[in-house]
Unconditional design. Structure first.
Length: 276
C-alpha cells in the first residue's frame, strides 16, 4: 500500500508534468525514501518525502541540487543532469516543490571498485572548487539543530544530549580549508552508466572540509574507498565527522520512525549504540 508521502509526491509530479506538456499517464515510482523519484518517459521528477520532516520548505535544497548538478554538467563531470527544456525548476504543485531530471539508464546491480568511486568523487571535488553559488556554511551542524528544534520531543528525552554532543564535535574540529562539497557522498548516490560512474543528489551540499564527504564515503562505503581517494586526508577531521555522521543518523532514524512507526525500535537502538 502506498504511503501518504509517496502518494502526494506522485500527484505533484504528474501535475507538474501535465502542466509542462510532458507525458504523465504512466508514472513509475523509482525511489520513495527521503525523496520520491517518479519516472515519466524520459524525465524523472524528484519530490521531497521524509525530507519534509526536517525541511518543511525544501525548495532551497532542491534548487541547490539543480544548481550544482547543472554546474558540473557544464564542465563535463558525469552527474545526473537536470532538464533544460522544460526548465528543471523547482516547480510547484499540490504544495510540494518538484524538480525535473533526465532519465539516466544505469545498471542497479553494478558495484564500482574503490578506485572508481574515489576517482569519480575526486573529479567532482576538483570541479566544485570553482562553484560560485551560495551554500550553507555549517551544513550538518545546522541540520542537527533544525532536527532537534522541530522534532526533539520524539527522541526519547535525548535531545539535550544530542545537542551537546554536536556542539562538542564542532568545537573540537581542526581548522581546515573549505569548498563546495557533494554533501552526501555515499556509494548509493553513485550509479553505473554506460559512460562510467555518475553522481546524483547534491541537495545536501555545503561549504566545508573534504573530510565531511570522505567520512561519509568511509562510513557507508568502507575504508577501502577512503584509502583509494587520490589526495591526502586529514585523519583527525575525518574521525570527528564520522562521529557527527553517526549522530546525525540517530536523529534521522527518529524522523523516519515518524513516517514509519514500526521502525522506532531501530531509532532507539541507534541512540543507545551511539552513547554506549
Amino acid at each position: 500500500m502506498t504511503d501518504p508521502y509517496t502518494a502526494s509526491a506522485v500527484v505533484a509530479a504528474t501535475a507538474v508534468a501535465r502542466g509542462l506538456g510532458l507525458p504523465a499517464d504512466s508514472p513509475e515510482v523509482l525511489h520513495e525514501r527521503s525523496n520520491v523519484l517518479v519516472r515519466m518517459g524520459h524525465v524523472v521528477a524528484r519530490v521531497p518525502a521524509t525530507a519534509l520532516l526536517m525541511r518543511p520548505d525544501a525548495t532551497a535544497w532542491l534548487a541547490r541540487d539543480v544548481a550544482l548538478s547543472a554546474f558540473l554538467t557544464e564542465r563535463d563531470v558525469r552527474v545526473v543532469s537536470p532538464t533544460t527544456d522544460p526548465p528543471a525548476g523547482p516547480h510547484f504543485a499540490e504544495g510540494l516543490p518538484v524538480t525535473l531530471w533526465h532519465w539516466t539508464p544505469h545498471d542497479p546491480d553494478h558495484r564500482h571498485s574503490p578506485g572508481e568511486v574515489a576517482a569519480s568523487l575526486a573529479r567532482v571535488h576538483s570541479a566544485l572548487r570553482d562553484f560560485p553559488g551560495e551554500l550553507p556554511a555549517r551544513g550538518p551542524f545546522e541540520e542537527v539543530e533544525t532536527m532537534l528544534r522541530l522534532h526533539g520531543d520524539v527522541m526519547d528525552g535525548a535531545a539535550d544530549r544530542i545537542r551537546a554532543e554536536a556542539a562538542r564535535i564542532e568545537a573540537d574540529l581542526p581548522a581546515t580549508p573549505v569548498q563546495a562539497l557533494h554533501g552526501d557522498a555515499h556509494p548509493g548516490n553513485l550509479i553505473a552508466t554506460a559512460d562510467g560512474p555518475c553522481w546524483l543528489d547534491f541537495e545536501d551540499s555545503w561549504r566545508g572540509p573534504l573530510a565531511w564527504d570522505l567520512a561519509i564515503l568511509a562510513k557507508q562505503g568502507g575504508p577501502d574507498l577512503l584509502a583509494a581517494y587520490p589526495a591526502e586526508v586529514d585523519e583527525a577531521a575525518i574521525a570527528s565527522y564520522l562521529r557527527l555522521r553517526s549522530l546525525f543518523a540517530v536523529g534521522w532514524r527518529f524522523l523516519i520512525a515518524k513516517r514509519f512507526p514500526h521502525r522506532l525500535g531501530e531509532a532507539r537502538a541507534a541512540l543507545a549504540g551511539y552513547f554506549s
